[in-house]
Write a protein that binds this ligand. Structure first.
Ligand code: CP
Ligand code: NVA
Length: 317
C-alpha cells in the first residue's frame, strides 16, 4: 500500500513513513520543549491566527480534544467538522471539499475509514493534511508513544518493544516509528491478523538503517521476553465490531496482556496502550491500572506531540 502521496512543497502527515528519522527527532524535541513550556505556564503563541479543520468520520475522545486544545494553547483555533454534518454526507466529493476548505483553513486533520480518503484530501488540499487515524495508520499516536518511551526510558535506540494482538493501524505505524528510531519491535499477532507484508517489509528496510530488528510471529511469550515495552490495542478497531464473534476466540486469552506476560519482560518494563481500552479483553485491569502502566502519560502526550506536528507542518517553529 502506498502510505502517502508525494508532492510539492507543502507537507502532510498521513503515516509515519512521511517522516524521516531526523524529522521524528526534531518533532519529539519540539514536543518536549512545548510540554515544559506549557507546564511552566509559558505557552508560546506559535499558531496565532491559524485555523485547523478537523473532519471526523469516526468517534474520538483523545484526538479531537488534544488537537482542539493544542490549537487553543498556541493562539489558534479549531473547527470540528463531523463528516455526517458537512456536504460530504450528501455526496460532495473529497476533491471539492479539500479545495473549498483550503480557502478557509491553514491545516486539516481527518479521521477516516478508508486510508485513500485522507490521501485524496492531501492530494487536493493546498494546505497540510494530518491523518488523525485511518484504517491503515495512526501517525499522531505513534509520535506520542515515542515521546512517552523517550521520557520513561531516557532513550529510544536500542529498546525492545513487544506488540501483542491485532496487526492494526496502530501496529503498522508503530513498526515504522520503531524502525526509524532504532527500537527493535517483536510483534505477536494471530495468523491472519498480522500487518501486511508490504508494511513489514518497509519497516524492515527502515530498521536496517538504524539497527532495529523487526520480527513477526504468533508467540506472545517469545515477543515479550526481555522487552522494555509491552504494547497492545483493542482487538476490535472502529468499524470491525461485527467481527467480534470470530475474533474473541482467536485473541483471548492467548494475546491478552496480563501479569504473567508482564513478568517475561524486563523488571522495569512499561505497559502502553493508545486507548480506548477494554479491560478483560486485550489487557487485564491489574496491568493497565498497575504501576508499570504509562497509558495516562501516553494519552497526555498526544497533546504535546501534536502541537509539535502542527508547528512542523505549518512551519511556525
Ligand atoms: N488513541 C486515540 O486515537 O484515541 P481517540 O480514538 O479517543 O481519539
Ligand atoms: N485500532 C484502534 C485505534 C483507536 C484509537 C481503532 O482503529 O479503533
Amino acid at each position: 500500500m502506498k502510505t502517502s502521496k508525494t508532492s510539492s512543497s507543502k507537507r502532510d502527515l498521513l503515516s509515519i513513513q512521511d517522516l524521516s528519522s531526523l524529522d521524528i527527532d526534531r518533532i519529539l524535541g519540539l514536543a518536549s520543549k512545548l510540554k515544559k513550556e506549557h507546564k511552566a505556564g509559558r505557552d508560546r503563541q506559535l499558531l496565532r491566527g491559524k485555523t485547523l479543520g478537523m473532519i471526523f468520520q469516526k468517534p474520538s475522545t483523545r484526538t479531537r480534544v488534544s488537537f482542539e486544545v493544542g490549537m487553543y494553547q498556541m493562539g489558534g483555533t479549531a473547527v470540528y467538522l463531523s463528516a455526517s454534518e458537512i456536504q460530504l454526507a450528501r455526496g460532495e466529493t473529497i476533491e471539492d471539499t479539500a479545495k473549498t476548505l483550503s480557502g478557509y483553513l491553514d491545516c486539516i486533520m481527518a479521521r477516516v475509514y478508508d486510508h485513500t480518503d485522507v490521501q485524496k484530501l492531501a492530494t487536493y488540499a493546498k494546505i497540510p493534511v494530518i491523518n488523525g487515524l485511518s484504517d491503515a495508520f495512526h501517525p499522531c499516536q505513534i509520535l506520542a508513544d515515542l515521546l512517552t518511551m523517550k521520557e520513561h526510558k531516557k532513550k529510544l535506540k536500542g529498546l525492545k518493544l513487544a506488540w501483542l494482538g491485532d496487526g492494526d493501524n496502530v501496529c503498522n505505524d508503530l513498526m515504522l516509528g520503531c524502525a526509524k528510531t532504532g527500537i527493535s519491535m517483536a510483534a505477536a499477532c494471530p495468523k491472519g491478523y498480522e500487518p501486511t507484508e508490504e508494511i513489514t517489509r518497509l519497516a524492515r528496510s527502515e530498521g536496517a538503517k538504524t539497527g532495529a530488528q523487526i520480527t513477526m510471529g504468533d508467540d506472545p511469550a517469545a515477543a515479550a521476553k526481555d522487552a522494555d515495552v509491552i504494547a497492545t490495542d483493542t482487538f476490535i478497531s472502529i468499524g470491525k465490531e461485527g467481527e467480534w464473534a470470530t475474533r474473541e476466540s482467536v485473541f483471548i486469552p492467548k494475546y491478552q496482556v496480563n501479569s504473567e506476560i508482564m513478568k517475561l519482560a524486563k523488571k522495569d518494563a512499561i505497559f502502553m496502550h493508545c486507548l480506548p481500552a477494554k479491560r478483560g479483553q486485550e489487557v487485564t485491569a491489574d496491568v493497565i491500572d498497575g504501576p508499570q502502566s504509562v497509558v495516562w502519560d501516553e494519552a497526555e502526550n498526544r497533546l504535546h506531540a501534536q502541537k509539535a506536528v502542527l508547528c512542523f507542518l505549518m512551519k511556525t517553529a
